[in-house]
Every structure is written in C-alpha cells, then in structure tokens.
Design a protein around this ligand. Structure first.
Ligand code: ADP
Length: 264
C-alpha cells in the first residue's frame, strides 16, 4: 500500500485540509517494479567496470602502452574488471536458472560433517591471510538429503565473505547444531560487522552495506541473494546476527530427520 498526502494550504499559510490518496500496489505492479529495479541494477553493475576499462584502454591506445611502468598496471586493472564482470554474469545466470520454473535440486544423502569439513579444508589450504579456523562440528555422522553443489555454493559464499571481512589475525568459527527436525550451520567472524538495520537487507540482490568496500574486495552483491535462494529451495532458512565492530554470524538451517538418521 502506498499513501500520498497533499496539504491544502491557504496563501496565508493556514492549513485547512489534508488529502490522503491510497494506492493499492498490486502484486503484478510490485513484480514489474522489482524487475525494472533489477535491470537498472544489472546495467549499473556492468557499466561501472566497462567505463573503467574504456578509460584504461584509451590511455593505453594513446601511448601509455609504451610506458613500462604504467602499462602493466593499466592492463592488470582491465583484467580485474573483466574478471569481476565474468563473476557477475555467472551469478546472474545462476539466479536466472533458479528463477525459472523447471528449477530442480538434485539431492543425495550426504554425511554433513564430512562434507562441511572438506569445504573448510579447501579454504584452509588455499587461504593467504592470517585467520584461524575453529571447528565446532560433531564427529558423528549426520545424514541430510541435499544438493551438494548448491549447498557447496551457499557455504562458499558465506565463508568467502567471512574471510573478506575478517581482520588480520581474526578467528572464523564453524558450527553445526543438530536438532530434532533440522540442523543449523553457522559461520562466525570477528570482522567489521553489519549495522542492525541492514541485517535482513544483505540477502537482497545487489545490496551492500558499503558499496566501495564490496567493490574493492571483488564482490558482486549477489552472493547472499544466491545463498538465500538455494537455502529456501532446500526448505531451510538463512539469517544474520551481528555486532558492529565485533563480528558477524551467518546461519542457515537444513531439514533433518533425527528418527530417520537413527540407524542403530
Ligand atoms: P558481496 O559480493 O558484496 O560480498 P554479498 O551478497 O555476499 O555481496 O553480501 C552482501 C553484503 O553484506 C556485503 O556487501 C557486505 O556489506 C555484507 N556482508 C556479508 N557478509 C558479511 C560479513 N561476514 N561481515 C560483514 N559484512 C558482511
């Protein structure tokens, strides 16, 4: 519902009336509005790297290519921007695949602790920053029926954010909690945190708390939106908790059946 107010005011400044017009925004209008906003966002996200690249390429063409110091820097920037665009387009394709009606998960039974540890190992082996990983993951098997590729992407997006926003020497804690009908997976960091008002918005497409910082860190603003779609497709939920300046925890749930898992 949208409400427009008009004040009826005499030349003397005396207010003698108020007109309120109520507009009921239909579902279709809302979808149209979101679509327009999405296209505008995508265009903006693509235009920024493209205009950057154009300036650098122009400079190179006008003679900067001969400068042994400047040329490699300019080429490097063009390359970084190209890579960002590739990431962006891949993320967009991923989202559009999920939006289509024939979107299906290919689920398999997976022992979650083993699966999760393997993903964390990958980050641990390849990390090139000083962060400590703490694993609070049950040793026993917990079988869940999931699409491995999709949940891998959810975790990749969450963990790479935790790394991006972690300070030097920070700790990242990985946790799995098992309940009767679901498991809760959480990743906590000791980074900058997220202001309270933005905690739900970070799952919106293209929403970033700090646009400049996200860009600098190579973000597309789509990682958590993709994670949310994938978690929802599994019948789970995803949310964020954070204390500014202290750190952030991103958690999500996956359906689990304790009775079914009781093989003994
Ligand atoms: P991006 O590509 O910008 O990281 P995401 O969708 O992954 O996009 O995240 C959206 C925004 O949420 C980020 O730009 C950042 O502002 C915020 N955010 C996500 N994870 C964290 C975190 N662990 N700590 C602080 N801010 C975060």
């Amino acid at each position: 519902l949208r409400v427009n107010f008009s004040v009826i005011q005499k030349d003397s400044g005396f207010v003698n009336g108020l007109i309120a017009v109520l507009h009921d925004i239909t579902e279709q209008e809302k979808i149209d509005m979101e679509r327009r906003e999405f296209v505008a966002n995508v265009s903006h996200e693509l235009r920024t790297p493209l205009t950057t690249m154009r300036s650098y390429l122009e400079a190179l063409a006008e003679g900067a290519w001969k400068d042994e110091e400047i040329a490699p820097v300019f080429l490097q920037t063009t390359q970084t921007e190209t890579e960002r665009m590739i990431r962006l387009v891949n993320d967009l394709l991923q989202l559009s695949k999920m939006d289509s009606t024939d979107y299906r998960l290919s689920k398999e039974w997976v022992d979650f602790p083993i699966f999760f540890n393997r993903i964390i190992d990958r980050f641990e082996f390849t990390k090139n920053q000083n962060v400590t990983f703490i694993r609070r993951i049950p040793k026993d098997a917990i079988f869940v029926e999931i699409d491995e590729d999709k949940v891998t992407q959810v975790l990749d997006n969450i963990i790479s954010n935790a790394m991006k926003y972690s300070p030097e020497g920070g700790r990242i804690t990985f946790q799995v909690k098992q309940e009767e009908s679901r498991i809760t997976i959480s990743v906590s960091d000791e980074g900058v945190g997220i202001p309270k008002d933005n905690l739900t918005k970070i799952f919106d497409r293209f929403y970033r708390v700090d646009r400049a910082r996200s860009r600098k860190l190579g973000g597309t603003g789509l990682g958590l939106a993709i994670a949310k779609e994938m978690v929802t497709a599994h019948g789970g939920e995803i949310w964020a908790e954070s204390v500014e300046g202290k750190g952030t925890t991103i958690s999500f749930t996956l359906p689990y059946d304790a009775a079914e898992d009781d093989w003994s």
